[in-house]
Design a protein around this ligand. Structure first.
Ligand SMILES: *Cc1c(COP(=O)(O)O)cnc(C)c1O
Length: 393
């Protein structure tokens, strides 16, 4: 029926308008959004600061090519680098493109050191995107199946196992480690601080680049602008996208120190990357996050959701093994596979996601009111109790 390639299993809902935490269908029914387009609209739908910046920029200049200097991109780069503690940034249009830039940077870093066949260490349960290089880096066979031959040059190890990293020290082809500090698609798993510090140490002693994929965990979502910012360590490269544009496509690959000096003229490029329109939107996002102190709300909102869930649900304590993730990458790890919950939640006018089979994934906005956060927990409680009854019946 549809003229769109059926690459998505779509739910029977369509939204025509959004405001804050709410999405509305054509009949005006309101849905409470605990997913924000998968960690994209972190400021809520149609945040006025972003809409105004976009409207103004749309009437001024939308695009002019990276053949020329772009003041809006310069301002964004300067501010992102200041917040991230990085020296330089390359802009693309998505998370996968940000990671492609990081992968190319790491390979070129290797070649500049005389390594002809550079390899990058990646983790099990990771997700880095759907382009050929990023799906090859991804630790999920379902994402790769049917698209072989994969891009070579990735060595996969179990996540959280620092011995597996240590065991690779003698491999002289390795140039970098690529990891999500909080794995999203792979099951909302937070890598331990000890492990992340271990990665930094091994990268230092072997002259590898430490590259964090914060496409999902970045932009305030975990309670600091990037997950590493409360760890007392810095990666050499960090990528981000999703929340950076609050719905306007943009991706960024940031680098510091020696990593910031690798890519030169002609090495990489993007037609749209960092164009005036996307740059203006992203600048409005980071200004709002800073001025409204939104990261301080993150633990409060997490706590309110979790608290009201366990308060209102009879079955949650039995069915949920543990809470996982960090900040507003909030996972509830269920005893068993529970994909049905997504449709049950839709019936309750609540938008959620289930990942890795048995992990309820919430990625709500940082701008939720206390009441909205509590309501998410309340509605999720009803969903889980309905599910528990179906399991019995
Ligand atoms: C979503 C995601 C990507 C891919 O981003 P796209 O914008 O869909 O290309 C990469 N890495 C992580 C950690 C993600 O969550």
């Amino acid at each position: 029926m549809s003229s769109i390639m059926p690459t998505y299993k779509r739910l029977p809902a369509q939204f025509v308008r959004g405001q804050g935490a709410w999405l509305y269908d054509a009949r005006g029914e309101a849905y409470l959004d605990a997913l924000t387009g998968i960690a994209v609209t972190g400021l809520g739908h149609c945040h006025p600061a972003v809409s105004e910046a976009l409207a103004t920029q749309a009437q001024t200049l939308m695009h002019c090519s990276n053949l020329y200097q772009i003041p809006a991109q310069e301002v964004l780069a300067e501010n992102l680098c200041r917040i991230a503690g990085m020296d330089a940034v390359f802009f693309g249009n998505s998370g996968a493109e940000a990671n492609e830039a990081a992968i190319k940077l790491a390979r070129l870093y290797g070649h500049q050191k005389g390594i002809e066949s550079p390899s990058i260490i990646v983790l099990e349960h990771s997700f880095h995107g759907r382009t050929m290089a990023t799906l090859s880096a991804t630790g999920n066979a379902a994402v790769q199946k049917g698209f072989e031959p994969l891009v070579p040059g990735f060595i996969r190890v179990p996540a959280g196992d620092i011995e597996a990293i240590a065991a690779l020290a003698s491999n002289t082809n390795i140039v970098a480690v690529l990891a999500e500090p909080v794995q999203g698609e792979g099951g909302v798993r937070r890598l331990s601080n000890d492990y992340l510090h271990g990665l930094r140490q091994h990268c230092d002693s072997n002259d590898w680049l430490l590259m964090f994929d914060e496409v999902q965990s970045g932009n305030g979502r975990v309670g600091t602008y990037f997950a590493y910012l409360n760890l007392n360590l810095k990666p050499d490269v960090v990528t981000t996208a999703k929340g950076l544009g609050n719905g306007v496509p943009i991706g960024a690959c940031l680098a510091q120190g020696k990593a910031a000096k690798v890519l030169g003229a002609g090495n990489h490029g993007s037609t749209y990357g960092g164009n005036p329109l996307a740059s203006a939107a992203a600048m409005a996002v980071i200004t709002t996050i800073e001025q409204d102190n939104l990261t301080q709300r993150v633990p409060v909102i997490r706590q309110l959701i979790s608290q009201s869930l366990y308060q209102y649900s009879h079955a949650a304590k039995d069915l949920i093994k543990t809470d996982s993730g960090q900040g507003l990458m909030l996972g509830f790890v269920m005893q068993q596979d529970c994909k049905e919950l997504v449709s049950l939640a839709l019936e309750q006018k609540l938008l959620i996601n289930v990942t890795a089979g048995n992990v309820i994934r919430l990625l709500p906005a940082l701008t939720l009111s206390d009441d909205e956060a509590t309501l998410i927990g309340e509605r999720l409680a009803r969903v889980i109790d309905t599910y528990a009854q179906q399991l019995k019946g």
